[in-house]
Design a protein around this ligand. Structure first.
Ligand code: TYD
Length: 212
């Protein structure tokens, strides 16, 4: 599964809560539609039943005893199944794959924010993906205060005590992403996601157009 054998183009979007990944994916899909290119928009676990099962284990509110390394391994396992069942076949057909979160989420959340270590989480993910990385990644960078406020505005409520308690964790996620972006400066474009959605979308589309 080396990148050199790749036919399609594998693009991922990364970012913290409220960074606008979902909206931006729709804009990028719109561009591919306009260009008449075959594409797939997906996200882990992507409707893959084995990955969905793993996801249920991960997100079940009763599973409070889950160890952080178990968590990291389960994300990597779900990633593997989604990659081989959905992403690889689409790339093989020459499609542009737009994926909401991939390996960098684990590096930022489990590796850095949860404190396992970026290098350790990278090693299990390299095993899971056989070294396959996205061709290009857009990291939507925004202060967690701004991201969380956007989510709250969407839900019609103010940022509550819980959100604020978690602020420190979200700050660590952002620091993690910034470190990962510096590690992979060639692959990852850091996008200022505090700008208006229209501005962010224009910037992203311009970049993607240039690498298609
Ligand atoms: P998700 O339901 O995809 O929500 P969103 O992308 O809209 O934030 O992700 C759920 C949570 O899982 C999110 O807080 C990020 C976290 N996550 C990890 O911690 N590690 C990972 O490898 C992935 C893919 C997600």
């Amino acid at each position: 599964m080396s990148n050199s054998k790749r036919k399609g183009l594998f693009i991922t979007l990364e970012g913290g809560e409220g960074s606008g990944k979902t909206t931006m994916l729709q804009h990028l899909a719109g561009l591919l539609e306009q260009e008449g290119l075959p594409y797939l928009v997906t996200r882990e676990p992507g409707g893959i039943r084995i990955a969905e099962g793993i996801r249920e284990l991960l997100l079940h509110p009763d599973h409070t005893e889950m160890d952080i390394r178990t968590e990291a391994l389960l994300y990597a396992a779900a990633r593997r199944q989604h990659l081989v069942e959905k992403v690889e076949p689409a790339l093989e057909q020459g499609m542009v794959v737009l994926c909401d979160r991939f390996i960098d989420s684990s590096l930022a959340y489990q590796g850095y924010a949860r404190g396992i270590g970026i290098a350790e989480v990278l090693s299990i993910n390299s095993f899971a993906t056989e070294g396959r990385f996205p061709d290009h990644t857009y990291y939507l960078d925004v202060k967690p205060e701004v991201g969380l406020a956007r989510i709250s505005a969407g839900k019609g409520r103010e940022v509550n005590r819980l959100d604020l308690e978690e602020l420190h964790f979200h700050q660590r996620v952002r620091e993690g992403y910034q470190k990962v972006a510096a590690m992979y400066a060639e692959r990852i474009t850091v996008v200022d996601a505090s700008a208006s959605p229209e501005q962010v979308a224009e910037g992203l589309k311009k970049h993607l157009r240039a690498i298609l």
